[in-house]
Design a protein around this ligand. Structure first.
Ligand SMILES: *[C@@H]1O[C@H](CO)[C@@H](O)[C@H](O)[C@H]1NC(C)=O
Ligand SMILES: *[C@@H]1O[C@H](CO)[C@@H](O)[C@H](O)[C@H]1NC(C)=O
Ligand SMILES: *[C@@H]1O[C@H](CO)[C@@H](O)[C@H](O)[C@H]1NC(C)=O
Ligand SMILES: *[C@@H]1O[C@H](CO)[C@@H](O)[C@H](O)[C@H]1NC(C)=O
Length: 322
């Protein structure tokens, strides 16, 4: 009997287990969904709490942190990502950009500039945001004919406005070996360093009505291109193409600062970080400022703050505090 009932159950008996199964499955899937979403948000909370601090890339590898923006094979990453070279020939230069965007950081990069006759070439290394009202913090290395010094050109753009150039000759030959060029950018100031010696400070002068870069995240960029219409000795000395390709090399970059996420529209740093983390709160102290002033006295070759011909009505108000 039992066997018969089991092998030939009546219709309602056949249907019920399915219904039960469907209801059970629906509840299970619903529950599972809740469990999954709770797990994901917990994981995200954990992730945020461990990363809600400044990011440090120590001795970063180029292939993990940069992409080539233009110039095809003229940007090359070598030695397991430790070395990057940019080169330029008659048809093109090359450029790279960081994958991450920063909202306040200190970036160090070691660069060895083009040896010999580098006239007409410009090697750049800078931070920049996007759009018409971009902010930008610039290092540009203007090449020169053999035996003549490279010019280190610096500039700060805020809300799309630059014209704040300062230029220097270096106290060493930047083509012979790698040297460290750093940009520190926090809410108080921007500082340019060469081998850890400050050469320029651009203080936050919002109180004087000068916009300061503090809302737009920036990427790190570097490029090598031809600018022989203006770069070397006012454009009089042209690029000697028979010496191409021209090559600049980069290694050991480090970054410490706040990562901006476009997805969550938030920074990895919180308000505590800005009062505790060195790079986010520092300014030059008296000793460093005196060191900077000495470098400026001895090595600065152009200062927009003193260019009365170009700015007959006087330079920007920030010049009074920098
Ligand atoms: C900021 O982040 C730090 C480190 O992750 C954390 O210890 C601190 O509680 C956070 N502070 C605030 C105000 O959220
Ligand atoms: C970076 O890493 C390389 C190879 O591991 C090492 O030789 C070099 O000293 C490191 N440089 C810095 C600045 O930490
Ligand atoms: C190149 O050298 C000349 C002569 O020393 C100098 O006047 C000039 O400023 C240097 N730099 C550039 C980019 O022309
Ligand atoms: C360009 O470089 C070639 C090869 O070194 C050299 O012979 C020539 O004199 C250079 N031209 C100029 C204008 O310096």
């Amino acid at each position: 009997m039992a066997m018969q009932r089991n092998s030939h159950p009546s219709r309602p008996h056949k249907f019920l287990p399915y219904l039960g199964f469907i209801i059970f499955s629906a509840i299970f899937v619903f529950k599972l969904d809740i469990i999954i979403s709770q797990t994901i948000s917990a994981a995200r909370r954990n992730l945020e709490s461990t990363t809600s601090t400044t990011l440090v890339i120590g001795n970063g590898t180029f292939h993990r942190h940069f992409i080539q923006s233009w110039g095809e094979s003229r940007a090359r990453i070598l030695e397991d990502g430790e070395l990057l070279t940019l080169s330029m020939d008659k048809s093109s230069g090359a450029g790279i950009e960081s994958k991450k965007t920063f909202l306040f950081a200190k970036i160090d990069m070691q660069i060895k500039l083009i040896p010999g006759d580098s006239a007409g070439t410009v090697t750049t290394y800078y931070l920049s945001s996007e759009g018409n009202h971009y902010d930008e913090i610039d290092f540009q290395f203007l090449g020169n004919s053999s035996g003549n010094p490279y010019t280190i050109h610096t500039n700060v753009f805020t809300q799309g406005k630059g014209e704040r150039e300062q230029q220097f000759f270096l106290w060493f030959d930047p083509t012979e070996d790698f040297h460290t060029y750093s940009i520190l950018w926090n809410p108080k100031c921007i500082i340019f360093y060469v081998d850890n010696i400050p050469i320029r400070e651009f203080k936050n002068a919002e109180k004087l009505g000068v916009p300061f870069p503090k809302d737009q995240p920036m990427r790190i960029y570097s490029s090598l291109w031809n600018a022989d219409d203006w770069a070397t000795q006012g454009g009089r000395v042209k690029t000697n193409w028979s010496l191409a390709p021209f090559t600049a090399s980069y290694r050991y970059f480090t970054a410490e600062g706040c990562i901006w996420s476009y997805r969550t529209r938030s920074s990895s740093c919180n308000s505590t970080d800005f009062s505790t983390k060195g790079v986010l709160k520092m300014e030059l102290d008296g000793k460093s400022r005196r060191m900077m002033k000495r470098v400026q006295t001895e090595h600065m070759v152009y200062d927009y703050c003193r260019d009365n011909w170009r700015f007959p009505e006087g330079p920007g108000p920030e010049c009074s505090i920098n």
